[in-house]
Write a protein that binds this ligand. Sequence first.
Ligand code: C2E
Ligand code: MG
Ligand code: MG
Ligand code: MG
Length: 280
Amino acid sequence: QAKELGRNTFCFHSAALTSRVNDHLQLEMRLHRALERGELLLHYQPLVGLEPGQPIRAEALLRWQPPDEAMVPPARFIPLAEETGLIVPIGDWVLRAACRQAKAWLDAGLHFGGVSVNLSVRQFRQKDIVDEVADVLAATGLPARYLELEITESALMEGVERAVATLDALRRLGVSLAIDDFGTGYSSLAYLKRLPLDKLKIDQSFVRGLPDDGNDHAIVTATIAMARSLGFSTVAEGVETEAQLEVLRKLGCSAYQGYLFSPPLAPDAFARHALLLVAG
Ligand code: C2E
Ligand code: MG
Ligand code: MG
Ligand code: MG
């Protein structure tokens, strides 16, 4: 009887596993087609400076809209794209599309501070990433100072020597560099001080507990103080309330993004709500 039960259990697991593998393969196939068929698009979330008079910047965030289906959020397909290597052509598309859009906003005379693009670990480690970025800037005509690349701690902390060389080369192009989701990975402070970065983005998991959670308050305070003394500017992610913003302002945070000001927006809405209105 036990043996029978065992066999049934095995069959059950095996069926579940097969269907999971199938789901995975299907998603991969659909994602491949999505890139070819132009089902990928970018939304832009405003980054707002906390000192007066600074132009609004935008973080480009990838969206997948299959025809006649609900939008697929990046958390559902970026890890898969990273695993299969599809993130490389997808990331290339993102970089080009974001730079083209930024150039168009500048050409339209909008008061626009520049665009931030997320680079995946795999993309950052591509041998030709520096040439790729240079190519995109040349092809789109976007001046390098309007492009910022966001890189996660995990991309930077494994193989620091090489990461430093890549960051230096990117900086020589004139682009600026941010460390994304700071505090969620395994940053070594010894390495952090050696990295040629411009900006540190405080992960939303620490912002969420402001102003009441004492631990979050302590972490955000220390992070901003450390960033400043290392010469990095700071952006707080996921700001949803006035009370959070008030604390960040007091602590000397340089900028913020979050639903309080605006969620990510389609390009037209971004230009209307973030650029035209604020520019007056
Ligand atoms: P991220 O780079 O940390 O982007 C910020 C995420 O926080 C975005 O989620 C944004 O919609 C969300 N967010 C912004 N404000 C708020 C807020 O006030 N409250 C809350 N709860 N969330 C807020 P999204 O667009 O779903 O993107 C998730 C992640 O997917 C990104 O995190 C980034 O790691 C990755 N991603 C998105 N686009 C790209 C891309 O083009 N390339 C790569 N490699 N990764 C991307
Ligand atoms: Mg980001
Ligand atoms: Mg982030
Ligand atoms: Mg984040």
